[in-house]
Design a protein around this ligand. Structure first.
Ligand code: NAD
Length: 262
């Protein structure tokens, strides 16, 4: 397959992606904000992206340490929006591919928990999650509601155990990623022969190095994305479309191929 081949009609691309997934020895997925926009959660860099409403520097660790309550208030609003969100057909299609034994894991940059909610079991959350808060002093992890109750009273959330500053358990710019999640993700990439990238601009490091590792080991990179995407030169099959329509179409074709009815 040619790198970045977009000249095939879409149906052929869908079948090409499905065939490659159905015949994979070890396939994984890497997902980004673009799998959750159909659930009403804006991405960062897309047309209606969050960066157009809130400047990205407010999500740096340095800004948080200087203005914790202001950033907590932003997260309180974000939590409200994310808590009510439901998975969309993109999440369900990925869960289906896992239950078919095709996808061995989903590595996600999302913090919204929608892969779990859709029934995916092996999910690696590279950028943390919105369900929890973490104490920056003693490392205690508590349900985010505990911290939000303090925010509602206009108080900066503090750890009940040691009095340290609580932070949403998501990665802010300037912070290292959770080491265990990064290690797991790259170990999976090392053993994978196919990676399905969905709804990610591949602008964020180190997540964008995961498909690079798969490709360097001779694997196939499939990408489903609408709009800008980096690393086009490593993508074997690029399907430019909405994850919530394309992923179910791919999953349907994989099922047909696995049942021998193709
Ligand atoms: P990104 O915003 O950089 O890229 C998302 C990509 O998806 C863009 O190219 C966009 O055009 C595309 N896209 C948007 N809707 C789509 C759709 N319906 N179908 C197909 N493509 C679509 O996001 P990223 O690559 O995930 O990385 C940036 C950071 O965003 C990560 O750190 C992540 O933690 C964070 N983030 C997460 C959420 C969430 O949890 N749902 C939401 C916003 C941002």
């Amino acid at each position: 397959m040619d790198a970045g081949n977009t000249s095939m009609p879409e149906d052929d691309l869908l079948w090409a992606a499905a065939r490659r997934l159905a015949s994979a020895r070890h396939a994984i997925a890497l997902t980004g904000a673009g799998v959750s926009t159909a659930s009403g959660i804006p991405d960062f860099r897309g047309r209606d992206g969050l960066w157009r409403k809130i400047p990205s520097w407010k999500f740096t660790i340095d800004y948080f340490l200087e203005h914790p309550l202001e950033v907590w208030e932003l997260y309180a609003a974000r939590y409200k929006a994310l808590k009510g969100a439901e998975p969309n057909p993109a999440h369900y299609a990925l869960a289906r591919l896992e239950s078919l034994g095709v996808l061995k894991a989903i590595i996600t940059q999302n913090i919204d928990g929608l892969h779990w909610k859709a029934g995916s079991r092996n999910v690696i959350e590279l950028h943390g999650n919105i369900r929890e808060a973490v104490c920056l002093s003693c490392g205690a992890v508590v349900p985010i509601e505990e911290a939000l109750a303090m925010v509602e009273k206009g108080e900066t959330p503090r750890c009940r155990r040691c009095g340290g500053l609580l932070k949403p358990n998501v990665i802010l710019f300037g912070e290292p990623l959770p080491a265990d999640a990064v290690q797991k993700a790259f170990m999976l990439a090392e053993r994978s022969d196919v990676i399905l990238v969905a709804g990610s601009s591949l602008y964020v490091s180190p997540a964008n190095q995961i498909p690079v590792v798969v490709k360097a080991r001779g694997g196939t990179v499939i990408a489903v994305n609408m709009g800008e995407i980096a690393y086009r030169d490593i993508i074997d099959i690029l399907i430019e479309g909405r994850t919530e329509t394309v992923l179910p179409e791919i999953a349907r074709r994989v099922e047909i191929l696995l049942s021998g009815n193709a």
